[in-house]
Ligand binder design. Structure first.
Ligand code: PLP
Length: 364
Protein backbone atom coordinates (compact mmCIF):
# COMPACT_ATOMS: atom_id res chain seq x y z
CA UNK A 1 0.00 0.00 0.00
CA UNK A 2 1.45 3.43 -0.91
CA UNK A 3 1.78 5.80 2.02
CA UNK A 4 -1.51 7.04 3.40
CA UNK A 5 -0.92 10.65 4.43
CA UNK A 6 -2.70 12.38 7.32
CA UNK A 7 -4.27 14.70 4.72
CA UNK A 8 -4.12 14.57 0.89
CA UNK A 9 -4.33 18.09 -0.52
CA UNK A 10 -3.09 17.10 -3.97
CA UNK A 11 -5.91 14.65 -4.44
CA UNK A 12 -8.47 17.23 -3.42
CA UNK A 13 -7.01 19.78 -5.82
CA UNK A 14 -7.16 17.32 -8.70
CA UNK A 15 -10.83 16.64 -7.97
CA UNK A 16 -11.72 20.35 -8.37
CA UNK A 17 -8.87 21.40 -10.65
CA UNK A 18 -10.97 22.96 -13.39
CA UNK A 19 -12.91 25.21 -11.03
CA UNK A 20 -9.80 26.25 -9.10
CA UNK A 21 -7.68 26.92 -12.15
CA UNK A 22 -10.39 29.04 -13.73
CA UNK A 23 -10.91 31.04 -10.55
CA UNK A 24 -7.19 31.69 -10.06
CA UNK A 25 -6.67 32.61 -13.73
CA UNK A 26 -9.49 35.11 -13.53
CA UNK A 27 -7.73 36.79 -10.60
CA UNK A 28 -4.46 36.94 -12.48
CA UNK A 29 -6.15 38.55 -15.47
CA UNK A 30 -8.07 41.04 -13.37
CA UNK A 31 -4.84 41.99 -11.61
CA UNK A 32 -6.64 43.04 -8.43
CA UNK A 33 -4.55 41.20 -5.88
CA UNK A 34 -5.49 42.76 -2.55
CA UNK A 35 -8.97 43.72 -1.38
CA UNK A 36 -11.85 44.59 -3.67
CA UNK A 37 -15.11 42.98 -4.72
CA UNK A 38 -14.15 39.32 -4.57
CA UNK A 39 -12.80 39.47 -1.02
CA UNK A 40 -15.94 41.30 0.04
CA UNK A 41 -18.18 38.72 -1.67
CA UNK A 42 -16.36 35.82 -0.01
CA UNK A 43 -16.71 37.49 3.39
CA UNK A 44 -20.46 37.72 2.85
CA UNK A 45 -20.69 34.11 1.70
CA UNK A 46 -18.73 32.94 4.73
CA UNK A 47 -20.95 34.95 7.10
CA UNK A 48 -24.03 33.51 5.47
CA UNK A 49 -22.61 29.99 5.55
CA UNK A 50 -22.14 29.94 9.33
CA UNK A 51 -25.17 32.09 9.99
CA UNK A 52 -23.48 35.12 11.54
CA UNK A 53 -24.10 38.75 10.60
CA UNK A 54 -20.57 39.97 9.91
CA UNK A 55 -17.32 38.53 8.60
CA UNK A 56 -13.95 40.25 8.35
CA UNK A 57 -11.19 38.33 6.58
CA UNK A 58 -7.55 38.51 7.63
CA UNK A 59 -4.17 36.93 6.98
CA UNK A 60 -4.37 33.80 9.16
CA UNK A 61 -6.12 32.24 12.14
CA UNK A 62 -3.57 33.44 14.67
CA UNK A 63 -3.99 37.03 13.51
CA UNK A 64 -7.75 36.55 13.79
CA UNK A 65 -7.34 35.70 17.48
CA UNK A 66 -4.99 38.61 18.04
CA UNK A 67 -7.35 41.05 16.32
CA UNK A 68 -10.26 39.69 18.37
CA UNK A 69 -8.40 40.34 21.61
CA UNK A 70 -7.27 43.79 20.45
CA UNK A 71 -10.88 44.65 19.65
CA UNK A 72 -11.98 43.79 23.18
CA UNK A 73 -9.50 46.32 24.57
CA UNK A 74 -9.42 44.71 28.00
CA UNK A 75 -7.95 46.51 31.03
CA UNK A 76 -4.22 45.99 31.62
CA UNK A 77 -3.49 42.88 33.67
CA UNK A 78 -6.79 41.17 32.80
CA UNK A 79 -6.87 37.42 33.16
CA UNK A 80 -8.03 35.34 30.23
CA UNK A 81 -9.05 31.68 30.45
CA UNK A 82 -7.61 29.43 27.72
CA UNK A 83 -7.57 25.64 27.34
CA UNK A 84 -4.32 23.93 28.34
CA UNK A 85 -4.86 21.24 25.72
CA UNK A 86 -4.91 23.09 22.42
CA UNK A 87 -3.08 24.28 19.37
CA UNK A 88 -0.90 27.06 20.74
CA UNK A 89 -2.33 30.12 18.90
CA UNK A 90 -4.93 31.23 21.51
CA UNK A 91 -2.34 30.93 24.28
CA UNK A 92 0.23 32.83 22.28
CA UNK A 93 -1.93 35.88 21.55
CA UNK A 94 -2.91 36.32 25.20
CA UNK A 95 0.75 36.42 26.20
CA UNK A 96 1.71 38.56 23.21
CA UNK A 97 -0.80 41.24 24.24
CA UNK A 98 0.49 41.05 27.81
CA UNK A 99 -2.62 39.63 29.44
CA UNK A 100 -2.45 36.98 32.12
CA UNK A 101 -3.00 33.36 31.09
CA UNK A 102 -5.37 31.21 33.14
CA UNK A 103 -5.02 27.63 31.91
CA UNK A 104 -8.10 25.46 32.07
CA UNK A 105 -8.18 21.66 31.98
CA UNK A 106 -10.38 19.90 29.42
CA UNK A 107 -12.91 17.11 29.45
CA UNK A 108 -11.11 13.85 28.82
CA UNK A 109 -13.69 12.52 26.34
CA UNK A 110 -14.56 15.62 24.28
CA UNK A 111 -11.07 17.21 24.47
CA UNK A 112 -12.84 20.55 25.08
CA UNK A 113 -13.13 22.82 28.10
CA UNK A 114 -16.36 22.33 30.00
CA UNK A 115 -18.25 24.69 32.27
CA UNK A 116 -17.12 22.71 35.33
CA UNK A 117 -13.47 23.18 34.45
CA UNK A 118 -14.03 26.85 33.69
CA UNK A 119 -15.70 27.41 37.06
CA UNK A 120 -12.74 25.92 38.93
CA UNK A 121 -10.34 28.50 37.44
CA UNK A 122 -12.65 31.52 37.24
CA UNK A 123 -12.00 34.57 39.43
CA UNK A 124 -13.10 38.23 39.41
CA UNK A 125 -9.98 39.24 37.46
CA UNK A 126 -11.00 37.07 34.51
CA UNK A 127 -12.28 39.34 31.75
CA UNK A 128 -12.55 36.91 28.82
CA UNK A 129 -12.60 33.24 27.89
CA UNK A 130 -11.16 31.80 24.70
CA UNK A 131 -12.65 28.41 23.88
CA UNK A 132 -11.40 26.14 21.11
CA UNK A 133 -13.80 23.83 19.28
CA UNK A 134 -11.13 21.16 19.15
CA UNK A 135 -10.81 18.53 16.42
CA UNK A 136 -14.07 19.71 14.83
CA UNK A 137 -16.43 19.33 17.79
CA UNK A 138 -18.27 22.33 19.21
CA UNK A 139 -17.72 22.64 22.96
CA UNK A 140 -20.64 23.06 25.42
CA UNK A 141 -21.00 26.53 24.04
CA UNK A 142 -24.50 27.42 25.23
CA UNK A 143 -23.59 26.81 28.86
CA UNK A 144 -20.30 28.64 28.46
CA UNK A 145 -21.93 31.60 26.67
CA UNK A 146 -24.55 31.82 29.43
CA UNK A 147 -21.78 31.80 32.04
CA UNK A 148 -19.96 34.64 30.23
CA UNK A 149 -23.15 36.65 30.03
CA UNK A 150 -23.87 36.10 33.71
CA UNK A 151 -20.35 37.21 34.69
CA UNK A 152 -20.33 40.00 32.11
CA UNK A 153 -17.12 38.81 30.47
CA UNK A 154 -16.18 38.37 26.81
CA UNK A 155 -16.18 35.16 24.81
CA UNK A 156 -13.90 34.35 21.88
CA UNK A 157 -14.48 31.10 20.00
CA UNK A 158 -11.52 29.68 18.10
CA UNK A 159 -13.36 27.89 15.32
CA UNK A 160 -10.29 27.07 13.20
CA UNK A 161 -11.08 23.35 13.39
CA UNK A 162 -14.87 23.38 13.34
CA UNK A 163 -16.01 25.70 10.53
CA UNK A 164 -19.39 24.44 9.39
CA UNK A 165 -20.22 22.35 12.46
CA UNK A 166 -22.76 25.01 13.43
CA UNK A 167 -24.83 26.85 10.85
CA UNK A 168 -26.74 29.50 12.75
CA UNK A 169 -24.89 31.31 15.47
CA UNK A 170 -26.68 34.05 17.39
CA UNK A 171 -24.25 34.33 20.24
CA UNK A 172 -22.68 37.53 21.38
CA UNK A 173 -19.10 36.35 20.87
CA UNK A 174 -16.23 36.81 18.44
CA UNK A 175 -15.63 33.72 16.36
CA UNK A 176 -12.29 33.25 14.63
CA UNK A 177 -11.17 30.79 12.01
CA UNK A 178 -8.17 29.78 9.92
CA UNK A 179 -7.92 28.79 6.27
CA UNK A 180 -4.57 27.06 6.68
CA UNK A 181 -4.43 24.50 3.84
CA UNK A 182 -5.14 21.42 5.98
CA UNK A 183 -8.21 22.88 7.75
CA UNK A 184 -11.67 21.67 6.72
CA UNK A 185 -11.92 24.81 4.59
CA UNK A 186 -8.34 25.40 3.54
CA UNK A 187 -6.84 27.90 1.13
CA UNK A 188 -3.67 27.28 -0.87
CA UNK A 189 -1.69 29.47 1.46
CA UNK A 190 -2.58 31.42 4.60
CA UNK A 191 -5.91 32.99 5.44
CA UNK A 192 -8.22 33.66 8.34
CA UNK A 193 -11.43 35.40 9.36
CA UNK A 194 -13.40 36.82 12.27
CA UNK A 195 -17.17 36.69 12.71
CA UNK A 196 -19.58 38.49 15.00
CA UNK A 197 -23.17 39.63 15.18
CA UNK A 198 -22.44 43.16 16.42
CA UNK A 199 -22.03 45.74 13.68
CA UNK A 200 -19.97 48.22 15.69
CA UNK A 201 -17.63 45.47 16.81
CA UNK A 202 -17.27 44.26 13.21
CA UNK A 203 -16.29 47.78 12.15
CA UNK A 204 -13.70 47.98 14.91
CA UNK A 205 -12.31 44.58 13.90
CA UNK A 206 -12.02 45.73 10.28
CA UNK A 207 -10.26 48.88 11.39
CA UNK A 208 -7.73 46.98 13.51
CA UNK A 209 -6.95 44.54 10.69
CA UNK A 210 -6.32 47.54 8.43
CA UNK A 211 -3.69 49.60 10.30
CA UNK A 212 -6.31 51.14 12.57
CA UNK A 213 -7.64 53.21 9.71
CA UNK A 214 -11.10 53.66 8.24
CA UNK A 215 -9.86 56.19 5.71
CA UNK A 216 -6.55 55.91 3.92
CA UNK A 217 -3.75 57.56 5.96
CA UNK A 218 -6.04 58.39 8.86
CA UNK A 219 -5.09 56.19 11.82
CA UNK A 220 -7.52 56.36 14.73
CA UNK A 221 -6.25 53.42 16.77
CA UNK A 222 -3.21 51.16 16.71
CA UNK A 223 -3.85 48.32 14.31
CA UNK A 224 -1.98 45.70 12.36
CA UNK A 225 -1.76 44.71 8.70
CA UNK A 226 -3.65 41.48 8.19
CA UNK A 227 -5.31 40.70 4.85
CA UNK A 228 -6.71 37.78 2.94
CA UNK A 229 -5.36 38.05 -0.60
CA UNK A 230 -7.62 37.84 -3.63
CA UNK A 231 -6.23 34.57 -5.00
CA UNK A 232 -6.84 32.86 -1.66
CA UNK A 233 -10.33 34.35 -1.53
CA UNK A 234 -11.06 32.94 -5.00
CA UNK A 235 -9.88 29.48 -3.93
CA UNK A 236 -11.98 29.67 -0.78
CA UNK A 237 -15.03 30.65 -2.81
CA UNK A 238 -14.69 27.53 -4.92
CA UNK A 239 -14.04 25.29 -1.93
CA UNK A 240 -16.81 26.74 0.25
CA UNK A 241 -19.34 25.31 -2.19
CA UNK A 242 -17.93 21.83 -1.48
CA UNK A 243 -17.49 22.17 2.27
CA UNK A 244 -20.70 20.45 3.38
CA UNK A 245 -19.93 17.46 1.18
CA UNK A 246 -16.37 17.33 2.49
CA UNK A 247 -17.57 17.47 6.07
CA UNK A 248 -20.16 14.76 5.43
CA UNK A 249 -17.46 12.53 3.96
CA UNK A 250 -15.30 13.02 7.03
CA UNK A 251 -18.25 12.03 9.20
CA UNK A 252 -18.73 8.87 7.16
CA UNK A 253 -15.09 7.91 7.65
CA UNK A 254 -15.54 8.54 11.40
CA UNK A 255 -18.59 6.25 11.45
CA UNK A 256 -16.62 3.47 9.75
CA UNK A 257 -13.76 3.86 12.23
CA UNK A 258 -16.22 3.74 15.11
CA UNK A 259 -17.70 0.45 13.94
CA UNK A 260 -14.25 -1.03 13.31
CA UNK A 261 -12.69 -0.02 16.63
CA UNK A 262 -15.53 0.11 19.16
CA UNK A 263 -14.73 -3.26 20.73
CA UNK A 264 -10.99 -2.64 21.15
CA UNK A 265 -10.55 -2.21 24.89
CA UNK A 266 -7.21 -0.41 24.59
CA UNK A 267 -8.60 2.65 22.87
CA UNK A 268 -11.23 5.27 23.59
CA UNK A 269 -12.88 6.67 20.48
CA UNK A 270 -14.06 10.25 19.99
CA UNK A 271 -17.58 10.80 21.26
CA UNK A 272 -20.04 13.11 19.55
CA UNK A 273 -21.55 15.12 22.36
CA UNK A 274 -22.15 18.21 20.23
CA UNK A 275 -21.99 18.98 16.51
CA UNK A 276 -18.78 17.46 15.12
CA UNK A 277 -17.14 17.72 11.70
CA UNK A 278 -14.07 15.59 12.44
CA UNK A 279 -11.25 17.93 11.55
CA UNK A 280 -9.21 15.19 13.21
CA UNK A 281 -10.06 11.65 14.23
CA UNK A 282 -8.19 11.52 17.49
CA UNK A 283 -8.20 8.38 19.58
CA UNK A 284 -6.99 7.81 23.13
CA UNK A 285 -4.59 4.89 23.34
CA UNK A 286 -4.48 3.44 26.84
CA UNK A 287 -1.90 1.26 28.67
CA UNK A 288 0.94 3.46 27.36
CA UNK A 289 0.57 1.86 23.93
CA UNK A 290 0.31 5.10 21.96
CA UNK A 291 3.91 5.32 20.77
CA UNK A 292 4.01 1.62 19.89
CA UNK A 293 0.84 1.99 17.80
CA UNK A 294 2.25 5.07 16.08
CA UNK A 295 5.42 3.14 15.21
CA UNK A 296 3.43 0.14 13.99
CA UNK A 297 1.33 2.32 11.69
CA UNK A 298 4.41 4.12 10.37
CA UNK A 299 5.86 0.73 9.43
CA UNK A 300 2.61 0.02 7.58
CA UNK A 301 2.93 3.34 5.68
CA UNK A 302 0.12 5.04 7.59
CA UNK A 303 0.88 8.56 8.75
CA UNK A 304 -0.41 9.66 12.15
CA UNK A 305 0.03 12.77 14.27
CA UNK A 306 0.02 13.71 17.93
CA UNK A 307 -2.32 16.63 18.57
CA UNK A 308 -0.89 17.80 21.00
CA UNK A 309 2.19 16.36 22.67
CA UNK A 310 2.90 19.00 25.35
CA UNK A 311 0.52 20.89 27.68
CA UNK A 312 0.62 24.61 26.86
CA UNK A 313 1.75 25.43 30.41
CA UNK A 314 4.79 23.16 30.02
CA UNK A 315 6.02 25.02 26.94
CA UNK A 316 9.06 27.15 27.72
CA UNK A 317 7.34 30.28 26.38
CA UNK A 318 4.30 29.91 28.67
CA UNK A 319 5.82 27.94 31.52
CA UNK A 320 3.89 27.57 34.75
CA UNK A 321 5.76 25.04 36.87
CA UNK A 322 3.11 24.95 39.58
CA UNK A 323 0.37 23.70 37.29
CA UNK A 324 -0.63 20.09 36.83
CA UNK A 325 -3.88 19.54 34.93
CA UNK A 326 -4.47 15.79 34.96
CA UNK A 327 -6.70 15.40 31.90
CA UNK A 328 -4.45 17.55 29.75
CA UNK A 329 -1.36 15.61 30.83
CA UNK A 330 -3.05 12.26 30.25
CA UNK A 331 -4.22 13.33 26.79
CA UNK A 332 -0.82 14.64 25.74
CA UNK A 333 0.65 11.23 26.48
CA UNK A 334 -2.20 9.17 24.98
CA UNK A 335 -3.76 10.83 21.92
CA UNK A 336 -3.13 9.80 18.35
CA UNK A 337 -4.76 11.27 15.24
CA UNK A 338 -5.23 8.87 12.34
CA UNK A 339 -5.90 9.87 8.73
CA UNK A 340 -9.29 11.46 8.10
CA UNK A 341 -10.00 13.53 4.99
CA UNK A 342 -12.76 13.53 2.37
CA UNK A 343 -10.69 11.81 -0.31
CA UNK A 344 -9.79 8.67 1.69
CA UNK A 345 -10.78 5.66 -0.43
CA UNK A 346 -12.67 2.62 0.86
CA UNK A 347 -9.53 0.59 0.21
CA UNK A 348 -7.41 2.94 2.33
CA UNK A 349 -9.98 2.96 5.14
CA UNK A 350 -10.19 -0.84 5.16
CA UNK A 351 -6.39 -1.05 5.27
CA UNK A 352 -6.14 1.42 8.18
CA UNK A 353 -8.82 -0.51 10.11
CA UNK A 354 -7.03 -3.80 9.51
CA UNK A 355 -3.65 -2.46 10.62
CA UNK A 356 -5.01 -1.00 13.85
CA UNK A 357 -7.10 -4.07 14.65
CA UNK A 358 -4.19 -6.44 14.05
CA UNK A 359 -1.91 -4.35 16.29
CA UNK A 360 -4.25 -4.76 19.25
CA UNK A 361 -5.05 -8.42 18.56
CA UNK A 362 -1.50 -9.23 19.74
CA UNK A 363 -2.41 -7.81 23.17
CA UNK A 364 -5.60 -9.80 23.73
C1 PLP B 1 -4.81 26.24 12.81
C2 PLP B 1 -5.26 26.81 14.08
C3 PLP B 1 -5.02 28.14 14.44
C4 PLP B 1 -4.10 29.06 13.70
O1 PLP B 1 -4.32 29.21 12.39
P1 PLP B 1 -3.19 29.83 11.43
O2 PLP B 1 -3.97 30.19 10.22
O3 PLP B 1 -2.20 28.73 11.20
O4 PLP B 1 -2.59 31.00 12.10
C5 PLP B 1 -5.55 28.61 15.61
N1 PLP B 1 -6.28 27.83 16.41
C6 PLP B 1 -6.52 26.54 16.12
C7 PLP B 1 -7.36 25.73 17.05
C8 PLP B 1 -6.01 25.98 14.95
O5 PLP B 1 -6.25 24.69 14.70
Amino acid sequence: MPTIPIVDLKKQYLSIQKEIDAAVLTCLHEAQYIGGKLVHAVEQQLAQYIGVQHCVSCANGTDALQIALMALDLPKGSKIIVPAFTYIAPVEVVKLLDYELVFCDVDVRTFNVSIEHIKTVYSDDVKAIIVVHLFGQVCDINEIAAFCKDKNIFLIEDNAQALGAEKFIQRNSIITTSFYPSKNLGAYGDGGALFCNDELLAKKIRKIANHGQTQKYVHEIVGINSRLDVIQAAILQVKLAHLDVYNAKRKKVADTYYQAFKSIQYIDLPIEKNAHIFHQYTIIVKNNLRDALKKHLAEKNIQTAIHYPIPAYKQQAFLNKKLCLPNTEFLCSSVLSIPIFPELTDEQITYICACITSFFSTYE
